[in-house]
Design a protein around this ligand. Structure first.
Ligand SMILES: Cc1cc2nc3c(=O)[nH]c(=O)nc-3n(C[C@H](O)[C@H](O)[C@H](O)COP(=O)(O)O)c2cc1C
Length: 190
């Protein structure tokens, strides 16, 4: 089984990075193959809305996106880590998704999108400084997860219940969080 981990946090020792590092170790322990992509290490330019990708099934902008597209295509499972930025995903992650519209959906008859990545399963992890339960109740981590889930689901990728962690201003990721993550990973790899 191929597992792809996508890190959209710029902080290499931050909450998301530590959680994803732990996730990678658990995935390898479970005998799956694991690849990690740190988006902030990559050249990811913004979509220019030319719509060329819809007919040629690739994007004309020359950067690191073809490698990321191939990694997503060959993944059976995806783990995506996203700190909550303005109650949504970080801009770099949104840029990645914008550039992959052709990979996720095809424009069917009458322009109704149909999914192109069926059969894959994903886990979304989001952190926020807003403490729980407010981060979940008032659309901080929950809105971040919702935006990403919507894109995955449009592409036909199903998601297991997300891991949401709040209050990161005043607390570090701890053993309890890692235990929750272990459970999610077991579910994801089933
Ligand atoms: C540009 C920016 C916007 C943010 N917006 C929010 C927000 O809307 N709500 C919130 O609770 N935290 C917000 N935060 C805080 C981060 O979500 C929080 O610090 C998170 O734990 C960072 O994760 P990391 O350590 O993995 O990078 C924001 C941080 C940045 C840098």
């Amino acid at each position: 089984m191929n597992v792809l981990i996508i890190n959209s946090s710029p902080r290499r020792n931050g909450n998301i990075s530590r959680l994803l590092q732990h996730a990678a170790e658990r995935v390898v322990d479970a005998g799956a193959s694991c690849r990690v992509i740190n988006l902030y290490d990559k050249d990811i330019r913004n979509c220019i809305g030319c719509m060329e990708c819809r007919s040629r099934l690739s994007c004309p902008i020359p950067d690191d996106m073809p490698m990321i597209a191939d990694a997503i295509k060959s993944a059976d499972r995806i783990i995506i880590g996203a700190p909550c930025y303005w109650a949504n995903m970080p801009g770099i992650l949104k840029s990645m998704f914008d550039r992959l519209a052709y990979l996720f959906i095809s424009e069917g008859k009458y322009g109704i999108p149909s999914p192109r990545l069926k059969g894959r399963r994903a886990l979304i992890i989001s952190t926020a400084t807003t403490p729980m339960p407010w981060a979940r109740l008032f659309g901080q981590t929950s809105a971040t997860v919702k935006s990403i889930k919507r894109i995955f689901n449009m592409g036909g990728i199903s998601t297991i219940p997300a891991l949401q962690i709040g209050g990161t201003l005043n607390r570090n990721i701890d053993e309890k969080d890692f235990r929750k993550l272990n459970k999610k990973i077991s579910t994801l790899l089933r």
